[in-house]
Write a protein that binds this ligand. Structure first.
Ligand SMILES: C[S@@+](CC[C@H](N)C(=O)[O-])C[C@H]1O[C@@H](n2cnc3c(N)ncnc32)[C@H](O)[C@@H]1O
Length: 216
């Protein structure tokens, strides 16, 4: 018993380990309930995102992912877009589910994405979403996939930029009870005009809905 108390006290003196343990349990619960894969999307959500990627590929402008983590969904987007279509993944290396230090997280993601960056017109913007928004000067993107800061304010910032920029397909992840801030920001922005598959949500501009009815 004394040994257990000692261990508990040791743990309490290590807030990082406690944070990681909580994070670990949270990831397991989300995986059990939704099939998400350690911060990345589920297989059902992959199918929906593949469809959206194909639609975005028929439109001008790049595809943007906000929050790339290890680059798994970036790979998916790269796989289902034409090689020449530009893909930009924005990642600040602030979070990962394993507590890997930012420097190593960056190395892993860059290595995962190496093929895409060399051969598939994919770039990694290494920085915060808001710095990307401030400096972006390219064409109007065809689609943005929002999956970075999961707070209400964070998602609101992403959606505000996407609407202001006139992006025809605005999508994101984790529209679910685990992330009430995401649900609130999405609901306020689109007043229910979204489609949800798993916890993947998307909104298509009205003009696009007329042109591609299955975009809904
Ligand atoms: C849930 S993960 C993204 C998962 C990824 N989209 C996938 O499906 O594999 C969230 C990522 O967003 C990044 N992130 C969080 N806040 C950010 C911000 N303000 N700007 C850029 N990236 C951010 C985190 O470092 C983390 O890697």
């Amino acid at each position: 018993m004394l040994r257990k108390i000692r261990r508990l006290l040791l743990l309490l003196g290590r807030p990082n380990q406690i944070r990681m343990a909580i994070n670990y349990l949270f990831m397991l619960e989300q995986q059990e309930q939704q099939g998400t894969v350690w911060g990345s999307i589920s297989e059902e959500e992959e199918q929906a995102l593949i469809e959206l990627t194909r639609k975005a590929s028929a439109l001008p402008g790049p595809i943007i992912e906000i929050g790339a983590l290890f680059g798994f969904t970036t790979q998916l987007l790269a796989t289902y877009k034409p090689v020449e279509k530009k893909l930009i993944a924005v990642e600040c290396f602030a979070w990962n589910p394993f507590g890997i230090p930012p420097r190593d997280h960056r190395t892993i993601t860059r290595r995962v994405l190496r093929y895409n960056m060399v051969h598939c017109n994919t770039t990694l913007f290494d920085g915060f979403n808001r710095d990307f928004y401030k400096t972006y000067q390219g064409d109007r993107p065809a689609m943005v996939f929002i999956d970075a800061d999961h707070t209400y304010e964070g998602v609101q910032e992403d959606i505000t930029w996407a609407i202001r920029t006139g992006i025809p397909i605005i999508a994101g992840h984790d529209y679910c009870e685990f992330w009430p801030g995401i649900q609130q920001a999405v609901d306020e922005a689109f007043s229910g005009e979204i489609t949800v598959k798993g916890s993947l949500w998307w909104h298509c501009s009205p003009e696009l809905r007329d042109a591609l009815p299955r975009c809904a």
